[in-house]
Write a protein that binds this ligand. Sequence first.
Ligand SMILES: [Zn+2]
Ligand SMILES: [Zn+2]
Length: 781
Amino acid sequence: MIVSGLHKGKAFKWAALAGAVLFVVYLLWPVGTLFPDDYSRVVTDRYGNILRVTLARDGQLRFAQESDKLPEKYVKAVTMMEDRRFFHHPGIDPFSIINSFVCNIRTGKRVRGASTITMQVVRLSNPRKRTYLNKVIECITATRLTIQKSKDEILKLYATHAPMGGNVAGIYSASRYYFGKPLDEITWAEAALFAVLPNNPSMINIKKQRSELKIKRDRLIRTLLVKGIIDSTTYALSVDEPLPPVKSRLHFEAPHFAELALRSTERNLIQTTLDLKKQRDVENIIRRYCRSYRDYGVANMAALVIDNNTSEVVAYIGSQDYDDTISSGRVDGVMALRSSGSLLKPLLVGRALDRGPWVIQSKVQDVPSYYGTFSPSNASGEFQGMVTIEQMLIQSLNVPAVRLLYHYGQADFYQDLKQMGVSTLFRSADGYGLSIILGGAEVRLWDMCRIYSALGNEGLIRPVRMFDGMEKENDSSRVCSPGASWLILSSLSKLDRPENEKYGHLFSDQIPVAWKTGTSYGQKDAWAVGVNRQWTVGVWVGNFSGEGNPFLGGAVSAGPVMFTIFRQLTAITKPLWFDCPEYDLKRTSVCSATGYLPGPACPQTTTVLTPSQAWKTQQCPWHRKVVIDRQTGYELCSRCWDGKEKKDTVLLVYPAASAEILRKKGFAADIMPSHLSSCTAVRKKKSNISIEYPTDGITVFIPRSLDESYQQVVCKASSQTESSLLWYLDGKFLGETHDFHNMAILCNPGKHILSVFDNEGGEKRVNFRVVGRNTIVKNGD
Ligand SMILES: [Zn+2]
Ligand SMILES: [Zn+2]
């Protein structure tokens, strides 16, 4: 018996030891994750103002931890309120348990819980019925938690998940939701409120029991004073603070932008670069203009503002009003695909200046031109004969822009645009053709602003940022060189401003803005994008439905909005304009009249700035030294000038099409005189041109269209050289063709002479007869 008793005692000891070991193992066994990873997503502006919050999956407004450290005020307040020995007890507080047990027995009901903050964390993570058994389980889990986690971590878990009234959970969301500020800026009164709110939240409600809540808060502030944590001044100020107002709606600022931010990252807290105050200012401008534009039948507008110093988005207005469901207010006009109008012209000029042979004062022909079936026209319907590239930009002329693109190379420019990050070119270069420069391709306001902003950054395209750590795109690509960027900005700053800018505002002229307008075909889109040292502002006006409107024009409807935004945002005390990048510009001497390298005949030269890298050059093609017969005016040469009274002269001989238009406009334009016909040097030149249709002597029958009108005759010619061809019908200039020599004409019944010339003096003509009724001759516009 004694032996077995001894054994029993031993066995018991072993069992006890085993039990103790098991218990220790249990205590040390990882508690695992207490809370699912389920938080609200928050989009804020650059100063932390909330733009948008989403609810967590469980419907709670619960923000994830924002910083490593809880604010000291909150730590003091919440431990004072809930668990004074929190930092010293093992997760359960024996004093508190005894105290509450005694208290409950004495009063006969449960007035005090003995829950520590740690036990409340356990309960929040896994709510159970309030029974004594569950209380024991909670106590054990709380001990395990205390062993495994630091006090700091436990308090943070509590702070993140404690109920704060309604569906607000945790102090991070509460400080933003109730006070609109980050947690580290809270006052003692606010910290005290956060400490008392979770305490029986169903009874104390920030919406209904406001006075009880304030009494409870002030009592805690009083305790903080009594315990010497705050002084009496702080106490007095704190109890004076009112409770936060009741909110009825979650934040809903910069809606299109906030949605884009949420789509662009997985992060829970997205601190963006937006400036809520500036956003609201620009929104107000957009609303105001939109109200008056509505009378003209224009419903939609979008705007984007980029800070040029940081390449950050500061304001982003996707539509006139997100809630305007009648006019598709949800559509995001900043990202929508719209025809670019003329917005790509400066980009072509930049690339053309970088390569050469053009300088910004080089002349380009502005004459009726045909490229296959494509025949561009200017918005005015008129031609100027010859214009400089700068005039082309300032007046946004289509015909010379197409000509520049034709000579620069349409496939090259298409590649340039892709390099610049125009992300919306879904067709091939040929699919767009030359019309890409006039709005044949669809672009985003976003891309346009990004690229124009680069002009203000010495041509270097930086990724436009919406928030920190945003994915980089198109790093280190360029619009053009620093020199070319500066030349373009200078040209674009000379654009005529809208009426209200020119006269309406006294200070408007003090804000320099390089800007470009765009109007798409059919007047469906109006654009204005402007740049100064501080901002890039892009405005799009139109109808999301795609409906055209005669009121829509870059300068008329988008320009005034853009300038109003500039006036609102530009700080005139800061630098307004760009420094000239002299290191990247060289001085080049060019012919004053034509803007190409001076040739031996050019009478006058002038010095212009060109990008250092420009390498391609061309001599002035239009100044010619000729010897003429003083008597007859015929051209002479060494073989035929003997005995003649000769005269040296310099002529500016523009291509015939340009010369004709210039003469009509009253400008002097020289004509190349014919060579003396008796000269032995003049051989009958064999023409390189052939006219395939109509053939000589043919009778052309013109059929009627369904609408009874007479159709055009498509004439075809070909040339053995690469020269463009000039077309005349009965001596009247029709236009110029390149590559594909087709010319559609409308002609009266009767006899006609069609003449075609090339640039080398070659000519071909045919006679033909037309059968049909009177119609007008259509010329090139
Ligand atoms: Zn010249
Ligand atoms: Zn001769």
